[in-house]
Design a protein around this ligand. Structure first.
Ligand SMILES: NC(=O)c1ccc[n+]([C@@H]2O[C@H](COP(=O)([O-])OP(=O)(O)OC[C@H]3O[C@@H](n4cnc5c(N)ncnc54)[C@H](OP(=O)(O)O)[C@@H]3O)[C@@H](O)[C@H]2O)c1
Length: 306
């Protein structure tokens, strides 16, 4: 079954007024969120400065076409950024003249470092939007430039970037507004910092980190190192990272991590915003992370040799 959905349809009079959401980064997760938000007033910002047509295959295997007009620069409730972490500031900077017309910016990405960069950049402007950050356990991948496969159902949590500011999030459908987003982001970062660099270097599925005794031993060493770093930084992790990373690897045994997918597709990985970010934090406190450094270096070596 193929359904075409134009996202600018007028809301039903009984429904709450649709939010105006502008998506910057119409790749896998951007397209999936557009599908979830299809009853809202959606716009996109593409490199070509034109509207976007994307196809998404839902979990029942049905295909849908989404047509998003290019943002017309009218006031928007949300600018949602779903580029890879490294592209964030480059994508956002050209929008500086539009900042007074954007109420909220949501960074919906993995990794850390880019949020602080955006917060610092925004702090220069008197009429800056509110900054929100989010993490998602949804899974989607691109089978071609315009086709996205919704691979796994999950949850998207959002919260204010500024920890002092506890105002509740204005409604954003299909997301949960939480007050502990920083703790959640750090927990996700820790797990990614174990699974992603190892699977990218070893070029293995997540489950092999457990089934191969040598990989499993190395995974424990890496997890213990990151758990130790978090303790030194005063970042609370209320679980054993070695155990949680093993549980995640088991539950996703057949999956290729996003970093491995990037390596296989010869795209830059986000590891500078995962392992690299943790190494920067360690360096600031004169701490050393030999295992994390080893895996990041291995990836550098590998990409130089290819
Ligand atoms: N995919 C998932 O299941 C998933 C789940 C949770 C979190 N995440 C996180 O979500 C983020 C995005 O991941 P993804 O898998 O969706 O990546 P992706 O498929 O590569 O999508 C990124 C999109 O951003 C676009 N982009 C980059 N710079 C741009 C610019 N200056 N102007 C306009 N568009 C720009 C890219 O366009 P081009 O194609 O033209 O480069 C691409 O369409 C990452 O941080 C990822 O870790 C992903």
């Amino acid at each position: 079954m193929t359904t075409a959905v134009s996202t600018s349809a007028a809301p039903h009079p009984r429904n709450p007024p649709a939010a105006s959401i502008t998506l910057l980064g119409m790749g896998a997760i951007g397209t999936l969120m557009a599908w979830h938000w299809r009853s809202q007033r959606l716009f996109c910002l593409s490199r070509s400065q034109q509207g976007c047509e994307r196809r998404i295959q839902d979990q029942q295997g049905a295909n849908h076409t989404l047509l998003l007009p290019h943002w017309d620069h009218a006031p928007t409730d949300w600018l949602v950024i779903t580029t890879k972490a490294a592209d964030t500031l480059n994508a956002l900077r050209p929008l500086q003249p539009d900042l007074p017309r954007i109420n909220n910016i949501l960074l919906l990405q993995n990794g850390m470092g880019q949020q602080q960069q955006v917060a610092e950049w925004l702090s220069q402007f008197s009429q800056a939007p509110q900054l929100w950050v989010g993490i998602s356990t949804e899974g989607a991948y691109r089978s071609s430039q315009q086709q996205v496969i919704w691979a796994g159902c999950g949850e998207t949590c959002i919260g204010r970037w500024s920890e002092q500011d506890r105002i509740p999030a204005p409604a954003l459908p299909n997301t949960r507004s939480v007050s502990d987003i920083h703790t959640r982001m750090r927990a996700k970062l820790a797990i990614n910092a174990v699974i992603n660099p190892m699977t990218a270097v070893l070029q293995c599925r997540n489950g092999e980190l457990l089934s191969n005794a040598d990989y499993s031993r190395q995974m424990t060493l890496l997890a213990n190192e990151i758990q130790w770093l978090y303790q030194q930084l005063g970042w609370s992790l209320d679980f054993s990272l070695a155990q949680r990373a093993a549980e995640v690897a088991q539950a996703t045994a057949n999956n290729l991590s996003s970093s491995l997918q990037d390596v296989l597709n010869q795209r830059p990985t986000e590891l500078n915003y995962i392992t690299g970010f943790l190494l920067q934090q360690a360096q600031k406190h004169q701490l050393s992370l030999p295992h994390s450094e080893y895996w990041l270096q291995q990836l550098g070596e590998r990409s130089r040799n290819e």
